[in-house]
Ligand binder design. Structure first.
Ligand code: LIP
Length: 260
């Protein structure tokens, strides 16, 4: 598996998909359906962007597997699977908030989170004009600049988190926030897990934690953090809503001690 070739392909497709998402956003968003709850929406653009990504991957690597948020899973024969969230931060996208991203990861081995090895990643934030990418062993980058997680947090950690679409989970998630705040200087809630993870890799956040993410939400961002010198862990993996934590080593270990 040539990680460099997968990296170049992921970046190229993410850039094209991001431009499509931005173009559709400017034309006005059409709601296609709701999923797990009324708040869990999918737009026509989600579906159109994922279809573009599927077609581009199939043209370049027809025997790879694919796992997309909107179109599901198709097994491949090469050991490589593309794990895709066409528009991460869909609610931001629908409201016109620019913090949304196209998240594309190429993983090797299992399509079970935590059992695969991510080889390449691209997270494109088209409305913000930024693209983050990484290849295993080759570092993490943002438009040509090397990314590095933070290491010192003298005033406490700037952390980010998120909440699921099911209101019944919000009380427990707020209890988690309360438990974490003693090590935090402040908290952010961006609305796109992929961008939260990209910002940890870029040193714009000291750490991120969230329960209940899907594989496509974090597959790419987790590689960005690891290649930027950080650590990503999944806790409570047998629960219906595993906890993901991502940070530089010191903050990761503090979060793990509180949340583990
Ligand atoms: C979103 C995540 C976000 C989380 C939201 C939602 P989507 O993904 O990126 O971190 O808090 O509940 O899961 O649904 O926009 O692809």
């Amino acid at each position: 598996m040539d990680a460099a070739q997968l990296h170049a392909l992921a970046v190229d497709i993410a850039r094209e998909a991001g431009e499509l998402a931005k173009m559709r956003r400017s034309a006005g968003v059409a709601l296609a359906a709701t999923k797990s709850t009324l708040a869990d929406i999918v737009t026509e653009a989600d579906r159109e962007v994922e279809e573009l990504i599927r077609k581009r991957v199939a043209a370049a690597r027809p025997d790879d597997g694919f796992l997309g948020e909107e179109s599901g899973a198709d097994a491949g024969g090469t050991g490589v699977t593309w794990v895709v969230d066409p528009i991460d931060g869909t609610v931001n996208y629908a409201y016109g908030i620019p913090s949304y991203s196209v998240s594309i990861a190429a993983v090797h081995g299992s399509t079970e989170p935590g059992q695969w090895q991510a080889l390449a990643a691209a997270v494109c934030a088209p409305a913000l004009g930024e693209l983050f990418s990484a290849e295993r062993g080759g570092g993490a980058w943002q438009d040509g600049h090397a990314l590095r997680v933070t290491s010192e947090v003298p005033a406490g950690a700037l952390l980010s988190t998120g909440f699921g679409y099911d209101p019944a989970t919000h009380d427990g998630d707020l209890q988690t926030v309360r438990a974490v705040m003693p090590i935090a200087r402040d908290l952010r809630r961006g609305g796109s897990a992929a961008l939260d993870l990209a910002y940890v890799a870029a040193g714009r956040l000291d750490g991120y934690f969230e329960r209940g993410l899907n594989a496509w939400d974090f597959a790419a961002g987790a590689l960005l953090v690891e290649e930027a010198g950080g650590r990503v862990s999944r806790l409570d993996t047998q629960s219906p809503r595993p906890m993901l934590i991502a940070a530089g080593i010191e903050v990761h270990d503090r979060l793990s001690a509180i949340l583990g």
